[in-house]
Every structure is written in C-alpha cells, then in structure tokens.
Design a protein around this ligand. Structure first.
Ligand SMILES: C[S@@+](CC[C@H](N)C(=O)[O-])C[C@H]1O[C@@H](n2cnc3c(N)ncnc32)[C@H](O)[C@@H]1O
Length: 214
C-alpha cells in the first residue's frame, strides 16, 4: 500500500468538494495554534506574512483573525482555490493579497508583491512530488526572507520509523531538516508531530511542524 493522495486542484468542483472534506478538525487546529504561537513568540505580530499553497484559506483566516496587525499574501497555482480563499478571507480584504504561481515550474519569488518577514505553509509542500522541489522552495524562501526571518512549514510527513511506501513529497522529518540546512537555514527543528501513526498511516494523518530561521 502506498500512502498517496492524488488531487485535481485546478478543477473547480474538485476544489470545492475537497474544501468541504478538509475543514480543520480539532487536531488540525493544533497545528494552526503551533504556528500562531511561534509567530507571537518571535515578536512578528505586525509583519508581512506569505503563505505558500494558501488553498481554501483556513490557515490564512485563522491567522488574520488572531493577528490583527499582520498583512498577508497567499500564493497558490489553483485559480479555484484562490477564489475560495478570497471568499473565506473577505472580511480581511484590506490586509490580504493573492498571487497565482506555481511552486515548481515558475520563478514564484518574482511574482510576490511584498517582502515577507514570515513564510508559512500547511499541508502543501508534499504536493510538490519530489524532494528536490521541496528543496528549491526552501532555497527560494531563504533567499527572500530577511536575516531573522522565519519559515514555518506544517506538512504531511513519513514517520521516521515507517516501512510503508509514501508518495515522493511525504518525506521524513530528518529529511526536511536536512533540506532546510542545505537551503541555508540555521538550526531548523521539528517542533511537533501531529496525529502520528506509524502502523496505520492514512493520507490525512502524520504531519509535522518545522521551524527555520534565517
Ligand atoms: C492542502 S491545500 C492548503 C491548505 C491551506 N494551507 C489551508 O490552511 O487552507 C494545498 C494547496 O497547495 C496548492 N498547490 C499544490 N501544488 C502547488 C504548486 N506546485 N504550486 C502552487 N500551489 C500548489 C494546491 O492548489 C492547494 O490549494
């Protein structure tokens, strides 16, 4: 059995149905809380935040609601998802902007309009298929962050002890940390693993939050 989820994020019906199924559970909200706490502890409550793979905007609306002084830019390659995110965050429309860009096939850093101090992402980078694509995103994130800038990535992983076969973008925590170091980040660490299950993995459990500072 291979742990793999195939998505059609460019399809409007698929994106709408997927959003309904993906509504954050209590467990998943714990990942949002972890990201929020890191931003607060970093004293980055008033900074520009860039989200990679904003999807339907669950994390975006969570952070915009709790951090009234941040500004936000949400990047995604799916027009349908950007539309859903725009609707979800419309009460914050003076603080959020959207950008359609592909994290694999484009120089997405050239498209963003703000200079982010914090870059966040949840459940998105595993969709980039291969480790080298995740490394490229980490490299570009390092490039565009100022010294002291923060990267927080919460993503599906393959547990360190697992013998199961996982899709190419679901990599072990140690591999994420290695890629972050190669990209230039100092002392990256895995803050926490969520819904960990080595023996009963599914496409929706086993995710972790990584923190890296430039
Ligand atoms: C699980 S959703 C993100 C959920 C979001 N963090 C939230 O809290 O609502 C993953 C998103 O990544 C986007 N994505 C996947 N591959 C991408 C790529 N190559 N470039 C840009 N976005 C991509 C998808 O379109 C999808 O909207």
């Amino acid at each position: 059995m291979k742990i793999q989820a195939l998505h059609k994020f460019h399809n409007t019906d698929f994106s709408r149905d997927w959003t309904e199924k993906f509504k954050p559970t209590q467990h998943r909200i714990r990942l949002f809380e972890t990201i929020l706490k890191q931003i607060e502890d970093d004293d980055s409550k008033q900074v520009p935040v860039l989200e990679l793979g904003i999807g339907p905007g669950f994390l975006a609306s969570y952070l915009l609601n709790r951090l009234p002084q941040i500004t936000y830019e949400g990047l995604d390659f799916s027009k349908s998802m950007l539309g859903i995110a725009k609707k979800r965050t419309e009460v914050y429309n003076d603080r959020i902007d959207f950008i359609q860009a592909d994290l694999i096939n484009e120089a997405w850093n050239k498209k963003i309009k703000m200079a982010p101090k914090v870059i966040v992402s949840t459940w998105a980078l595993h969709d980039l298929f291969e480790k080298k694509n995740i490394l490229n995103v980490y490299r570009t994130a390092y490039e565009i962050l100022p010294v002291g800038g923060l990267l927080l990535n919460g993503d599906f992983i393959k547990p360190e002890e697992s013998d199961y076969e996982y899709e190419g973008g679901r990599i072990k925590p140690s591999e994420h940390l290695k890629l972050l170091r190669i990209a230039g980040f100092r002392d990256p660490w895995c803050i926490e693993e969520f819904e960990k299950s080595v023996d009963n993995p599914t496409t929706s459990n086993n995710y972790a939050c990584f923190k890296a500072k430039k």
